[in-house]
Design a protein around this ligand. Sequence first.
Ligand code: BMA
Length: 368
Amino acid sequence: MFFFFLLSHMLALAQSDLPVDKKATRETVNLYHNLKKLVKEGILFGHQDDLAYGVGWRYIPGKSDIKDVTGDYPALYGWELGRIELDHSVNLDSVPFDKMKEFIQEGYQRGGVITISWHLNNPLTGNSAWQPEPGTVASILPGGEKNALYMTWLDKVASFMQSLRGKGGESIPVIFRLFHELNGSWFWWGGKNCTAEELKRLWHFTVSYLRDQKNVHNLLYAYNTDRFSSQSDYMERYPGDDWVDITGFDIYQANNILKNENFIHELDATLSILENIAGQRKKIPALTEFGYNGLPDSSWWTTVFLPAIEHHKIAYVLAWRNAGYKPSGQHEFYVPFKDQLSANDFVKFHDSPPMIFQKKVSDLAMYK
Ligand code: BMA
């Protein structure tokens, strides 16, 4: 008798731990619970735009810089919706949305996890996400002059999200990195470009609209800052426990943390703060974006990145995109490609116990 009591109690507890969306699809709820479990067991490795292009190639079916180096695909795939709001067929990094949909299906079919960011244009001025204008956030809140326009943009996001389907017709779950890097001032939704209250209202409005008006039920919501210095710093714009599933931040080895020891120290210390916050609030901690552009250090993966993350309980890390070499001679890549300086070290990193790439994530059955 007691056993049955205990069992039903445990079941009730499990059921009460639901994501922001209480009507989330079964696969989405399963992903949410599996990510929580995973935090104690290993770290998914992710890469932005992995299947679309890499250094020196574009749109070659089955190709991936990570696969070329390790024989294994990433476990997590990042994609980007910027310009979907304008009805463009191609996103701001030149990935066609119809191809993106296929890549998302491909990654999901292999058991991978999908996360999506959205560098949406400035709805007040029509300029890019990186061109802030005072009053933008207020203008898209209910009662604001651009609220109706913003809703039409959300309609397009909603139909994209709803169009992502697995082989059985089920919705593919997505971790939506809404208003990422929201403590920095480079985007119109961030930092000094709006008040914390405005951002929180925008967050509530956006989630409610997608979930309750548009009936999008395949999303987990990630609260995603840039670098931060303390718990209160991190929490300044936090929209509340009922509105967030995943807590993360972005960090790059650059500027005042260009030196290995400085980067290790900051990443390690900030992950500790993040783990505490996530632990207290029962959220899923993750490193939502990271990178060291150009990877000029042959042992960076095992002597810098791994030591900084391996003892932390985080669900995943997402490396930014391998845009490659630009006509200006500048380059942008954050994971090695074949024969790149850090490629051999990346293989060792791939084989290190906490790291999970596709072969392992397929076995974990994240949607069951
Ligand atoms: C930035 C760079 C840009 C890109 C943007 C949006 O970090 O990678 O080249 O357009 O992200 O994905």
